[in-house]
Design a protein around this ligand. Structure first.
Ligand SMILES: Cc1cc2nc3c(=O)[nH]c(=O)nc-3n(C[C@H](O)[C@H](O)[C@H](O)COP(=O)(O)OP(=O)(O)OC[C@H]3O[C@@H](n4cnc5c(N)ncnc54)[C@H](O)[C@@H]3O)c2cc1C
Length: 330
């Protein structure tokens, strides 16, 4: 709940849309989850910075949102301000062999821009429906490529609102993680270094990757991509498949029959359904293989009453990132 006086200050500091009690089911690709107390979409970096600092001063929890393609907010909601990027920080520029882009730039646009400039290294971006900021935060990637391979420098806002530049080598990139998962910074943009190649080669690679996705992923149903990261030496989808879990249902969601590491929203899934299904999958895989699957999906906030599975409750705890802690700040 945001106090009236603070709501007024937020609205007057934002030069773009402000929405109160904004249901995340409208802006996450899973189409499920609770509301954030406020959703702001500043149009300029000045406004973004003012809002960011205002929340810091007032002790309001903050959450940065890109395309919501790897995000689930608990049904109880997020009692703070979600900053959606895309209205600002969406610029893209080719500078020699580099692309300099804002955090709100869509990954597919980065891949397409690189193709036009005959630069290779970001072909994988074309099939991922997120932003550059989300990709830096997650160290997104696929088929052996990842953001860390092409990032040179990242610019961000500290929790207090100061702009910092960090060499990619200092961003603690590892499997689907970076320092931004623990430092409360807002990623503003990044410089990516690519390699000259021919447009035909880049196009062919891109088309092959897109065709593979179409063949193997349930793209017509709401989802968040792979739910679990691959444990060292294993494929998460194979571990799930070996337990025969394709089609396993919980409330309004199910394990995809097309790709066993995807959960799809069948129409009316709640966050609690999804977290419970995550717990069921973890329990079954642990029992049969001894491997504990870790969610790649970022779950914000704690469900107050997970469905009747002890593993589901545990899953929620394992999955809940630092945003959960922030969400419960006074
Ligand atoms: C069909 C489909 C296929 C996918 N395929 C892949 C794949 O092949 N490989 C892969 O790695 N992922 C994949 N994903 C998952 C997802 O697209 C990526 O993780 C993507 O990088 C998330 O970007 P986003 O902008 O949607 O981030 P969001 O989902 O909006 O946010 C994800 C996390 O990043 C944080 N965040 C976002 N932007 C910022 C910022 N500017 N500053 C600080 N924190 C920020 C959020 O707070 C949140 O914790 C897929 C998803 C879908 C739906």
């Amino acid at each position: 709940m945001i106090a009236k006086s603070l709501a007024h200050a937020l609205a007057s500091s934002c030069d773009g849309p402000v929405e109160w009690d904004a249901p995340s089911s409208r802006w996450t690709t899973l189409r499920a989850g609770g509301a954030t107390a406020a959703l702001v979409e500043p149009r300029t970096v000045d406004s973004l910075r003012r809002l960011w600092r205002l929340c810091a001063t007032e002790g309001v929890p903050r959450l940065v949102v890109g395309k919501g393609s790897n995000l689930l907010i608990s049904d109880e909601g997020f009692p703070g301000v979600a900053f959606r990027l895309g209205q600002c920080l969406n610029g893209l520029e080719v500078q020699g062999q580099e692309i300099v882009a804002g955090a709100g730039a869509p990954l597919p646009a980065i891949g397409q821009t690189a193709l036009k400039a005959e630069l290779s290294g970001s072909e994988w971006c074309v099939g991922i429906p997120g932003t550059l900021g989300g990709a830096v935060f997650m160290n997104a990637g696929c088929h052996g490529w990842e953001l860390a391979d092409i990032a040179v420098e990242i610019e961000s806002l500290t929790a207090e609102g100061e702009v910092v530049r960090r060499r990619a080598a200092d961003a603690e990139f590892a499997v689907r993680t970076s320092c931004f998962q623990s430092n409360e910074e807002l990623i503003l943009g990044a410089r990516l270094k690519l390699t000259p190649s021919s447009a035909d080669r880049i196009r062919q690679q891109t088309e092959e990757l897109l065709a593979y996705r179409k063949r193997t992923q349930p793209l017509s149903q709401p989802n968040c991509g792979s739910v679990f990261t691959n444990p060292p030496g294993h494929s998460a989808w194979k571990l799930i498949d070996d337990c025969g879990l394709r089609g396993l249902r919980c409330g309004g969601c199910a394990v995809s029959v097309k790709h066993s590491n995807f959960i799809v929203n069948l129409g009316d899934a709640t966050a609690r359904d999804i977290v419970t299904l995550i717990g069921m999958i973890q329990e079954r895989v642990l029992e049969s293989s001894g491997v504990r699957l870790a969610p790649e999906l970022r779950i914000v906030g704690q469900p107050s009453s997970p469905r009747n599975s002890p593993a589901a409750a545990e899953a929620a705890v394992v999955a809940a990132p630092m945003e959960a802690a922030r969400a419960h700040q006074p």
